[in-house]
Design a protein around this ligand. Structure first.
Ligand code: FES
Length: 147
């Protein structure tokens, strides 16, 4: 390899190295889910939803629910409940059932159909274990969901 070719190659490599950290930063920043603030990082849940925003307005009324950052959040007659949204059987989405005041696996096919209590406990299988229950605090219209 000639000297000029070497430096040309080195220049491209150095440029790649210089921009690599920015690429990593962008990918990390995009993990924050809008319109909530915070997010799920390394398995730790801690985010805040502004209930005054249209995207989160379902949580303003008892019976409403939504899923954000891998957590299904419901406004129940007992207050806000936040559970991990992946069924512990095979990972299908868990949804709030306001009629029965419980959480149901969305997979209702044969061999599925798990149900969970408001504390995440399994009340009907085949789910092998409870859903993770998260803490919630409401300050004004800001609902914080955290481990
Ligand atoms: S994935 Fe939920 S019961 Fe099977």
């Amino acid at each position: 390899m000639k000297r000029k070719e070497f430096f040309t190659t080195l220049g491209i490599s150095a440029g790649t190295v210089m921009f690599a950290p920015f690429l990593v930063s962008c990918s990390k920043g995009s993990s924050v889910v809008d319109p909530g603030t915070g997010g799920t990082t390394g398995g730790t849940v801690d985010f805040t939803l502004d209930l005054s925003l249209a995207a989160n307005s379902a949580l303003m009324a008892v019976g409403g629910s939504l899923t954000n950052n891998g957590v299904v959040i419901a406004n129940t007659s007992s207050g806000y409940v936040a559970l991990a949204s992946a069924c512990t059987h095979q990972g299908s989405a868990v949804l709030y059932d306001s009629t029965n005041n419980r959480f149901n696996c969305s997979n209702t096919g044969g061999g599925h159909g798990s149900q969970y209590a408001l504390n995440g406990a399994v009340t009907a299988g085949p789910a092998p274990k409870a859903l993770k229950l998260y803490n919630t605090t409401l300050t004004g219209t800001k609902l914080r969901v955290f481990a």
